[in-house]
Design a protein around this ligand. Structure first.
Ligand SMILES: C[S@@+](CC[C@H](N)C(=O)[O-])C[C@H]1O[C@@H](n2cnc3c(N)ncnc32)[C@H](O)[C@@H]1O
Length: 194
């Protein structure tokens, strides 16, 4: 059918009290790779409307710190939310808001899509590259990075760029990704020293 009518993940999100069905993509990654745990410092880039942040806040608990960045602020969540573009936020501000280096940087960022696959890919990969730049500046050695990618001409080069900073880099396509979508997630673990 390929339309935007509510599917089973949309229904689950509504019933579970999450802002978006995207939460089940992060949940699948988390269940497989166990990246987030109690007391961690987490950055969530492109955090609006807030389902990834809500899910991560639950995992890190009261002792953890979450800093979200988006041009729109998700309402009603604990954590620090910076209402600005990822091209304007500095690593120093993130480190200060986190109170130390991040254990995990998440990015579910996407531009408003136009349907022009190549154009959407190039706009999205710019966001993914900025997320990687931020992750390389704030993630502690051994830490992790999860980043949405739209498949296209620059994707393989992006994977190689991530490999320079993370010991293990995987391409993951969670079940909750819509069939017609070209998106997948890069999961980088074991941040290399320096
Ligand atoms: C798919 S949504 C994220 C959904 C979120 N993970 C959730 O589960 O609620 C993508 C987000 O990327 C954000 N975004 C796009 N460009 C951005 C930029 N330059 N800086 C910060 N956020 C950006 C959009 O505003 C949008 O809220």
């Amino acid at each position: 059918m390929g339309d935007r009518r509510e599917d089973r993940f949309g229904k689950m999100a509504r019933e579970d009290g999450f802002e978006a069905r995207s939460v089940y993509k992060l949940e699948e990654i988390q269940k497989k790779h166990r990246l987030i745990s109690g007391g961690m410092r987490v950055v969530d880039l492109g955090c609006h409307p807030g389902s990834w942040s809500r899910y991560a806040l639950d995992l890190i608990g009261e002792r953890g710190r979450l800093v979200g960045v988006d041009t729109k602020t998700p309402p009603g969540l604990r954590g620090v939310f910076l209402t600005e573009s990822v091209f304007d936020v500095t690593p120093e501000r993130l480190l200060e808001a986190l109170g130390g280096p991040a254990d995990v940087v998440l990015s579910d960022m996407a531009p408003s899509t136009t349907g022009d696959r190549a154009g959407d890919h190039y706009r999205q990969i710019e966001l993914a590259r900025q997320a990687l730049t931020i992750a390389l500046a704030v993630v502690r050695p051994g830490g992790s990075f999860v980043c949405k990618v739209f498949e296209g001409g620059e994707a393989a080069a992006f994977v190689n760029e991530a490999r320079a900073g993370f010991g293990t880099v995987r391409r993951v396509r969670p079940e909750a990704v819509r069939k017609e979508s070209r998106e997948w997630f890069l999961v980088g673990t074991a941040r290399r020293n320096g």
